[in-house]
Design a protein around this ligand. Structure first.
Ligand code: NAD
Length: 361
């Protein structure tokens, strides 16, 4: 005897190929997005924990090079042997109909290869930020996913955070008037000097790739425009810890078509730096903390922001299920093109640091 859920899942699969059905066809909503996490490290662990509260996404598989981690995750999350892969066997995921999407949560330099392999295996992909090491790689990933006809999303959890979205909503309805200025401060004091984040080969850079990207991305969704130029200055106080190509602190400025300006700080050497400030002719918004795991706190000239906190990764994965399964459109995009825009700006900021010149984006 089949359960109602099994029946609905089968029906959803068999109707998925019928393009004339409305994207919010109610029976399809019954079927969860079936996710395999690749990279069972610090953040992968956090995502897996948060997914336990998801209504629309379910952890069903893992990809890891460490057999003991696979065993522990299998036991904790009830993952069957047939949904477990290592980096050698991973391409066989193409023959597994029980996994819809691979969530790549490995060090930055591996995203390019991992995303392209997942796409070639016919799986949708969610990739952690930064999507790649540079815009060239990012473009190749977008192209590979397009060619394979799979969706590519970037793990931009703030794009679903309620207080952030309230500021975006207010800006869109012109509550701040003409936007003039954004300030983004993103940083923390990094510990262990031997971690991959301080290895140029694996990280692709330093603080800018890892934490400064929040100020770049935040400037874009808070101001609501794409920057057309950047200037940037790098400061390094510890050349032992922050080797060649690994930036410790970068201050950067961005100019937007409307004339709005952004002034941002990205650093691995200061704590308590997680603040966004948006200023317009008729009001302001302030978020502090602005991109940590929360709760996010904030206010505008109209008063405090009171939207309830919910674990970011839980909302993200439920919303991403809607994007992948039903074609939902998020308020702030999270697709590969969005990840690529940030990478183009990162490339420009590094060029501006080296040349000392204003660089067009
Ligand atoms: P981590 O070091 O805790 O985990 C990385 C995992 O990748 C480990 O399990 C490691 O074993 C595995 N791995 C596979 N191949 C590897 C290799 N060749 N070298 C080193 N490790 C390898 O790192 P993390 O903090 O989980 O970060 C992973 C990714 O997630 C990064 O891209 C990071 O920017 C991103 N991240 C995003 C957020 C967010 O809020 N969206 C937060 C933290 C990290």
């Amino acid at each position: 005897m089949h359960s109602r859920r099994e029946f609905l899942q089968k029906l959803a699969v068999s109707t998925a190929s019928l393009p004339f059905l409305s994207s919010n066809f109610s029976l399809m909503e019954e079927r969860p997005l079936r996710v395999a996490i690749m990279g069972l490290g610090g953040y992968g662990t956090r995502v897996a924990e948060a997914m336990q509260a998801c209504k629309r996404a379910r952890l069903v598989g893992v990809v890891s090079g460490t057999p003991s981690k696979i065993k522990a995750w299998q036991a904790k999350y009830n993952i069957p042997d047939k949904n477990c892969y290592n980096y050698e066997t991973f391409d066989n995921i193409k023959d597994n109909p029980d996994i819809d999407v691979v969530y790549v949560i490995t060090p930055n330099a591996l995203h390019h290869d991992h995303v392209i392999r997942a796409a070639k295996a016919g799986k949708h992909v969610i990739c952690e930020k930064p999507m790649a090491l540079n815009a060239k790689e990012g473009q190749e990933m977008v192209d590979a996913c397009e060619q394979a006809k799979v969706k590519l999303l970037v793990g931009y959890r703030m794009h679903f955070e309620p207080k952030t979205l309230e500021v975006v909503r207010l800006r869109k309805k012109n509550a701040f008037g003409k936007i003039l200025f954004f300030q983004g401060l993103s940083g923390f004091e990094i510990g262990d000097p031997n971690q991959w984040r301080l290895n140029k080969e694996l990280a692709g850079g330093g603080s800018l790739m890892d934490i400064g990207i929040y100020a770049i991305n935040g400037a874009r969704y808070m101001v609501g425009e794409e920057p057309i130029w950047v200037t940037a200055q790098e400061t390094k106080t510890d050349k032992q810890k922050f080797k060649e190509g690994v930036d410790e602190t970068i201050q950067f400025q961005m100019g937007f078509p409307s004339g709005a300006l952004a002034s941002c700080l990205s650093t691995y050497s200061m704590n308590n730096l997680d603040r966004f400030f948006l200023n317009g002719e008729e009001g302001f918004a302030e978020l502090q903390p602005s991109t940590g795991y929360g709760p996010i706190e904030g206010r505008t000239h109209l008063g405090p922001l009171n939207q309830a906190h919910k674990t970011h990764q839980t909302i993200q994965m439920d919303e991403m299920a809607g994007i992948i399964m039903n074609g939902n459109k998020p308020v702030v995009p999270v697709d590969g093109a969005e990840g690529l825009r940030d990478l183009r700006i990162i490339d420009a900021i590094y060029r501006a640091c080296q040349s000392g010149q204003k660089v067009s984006v």
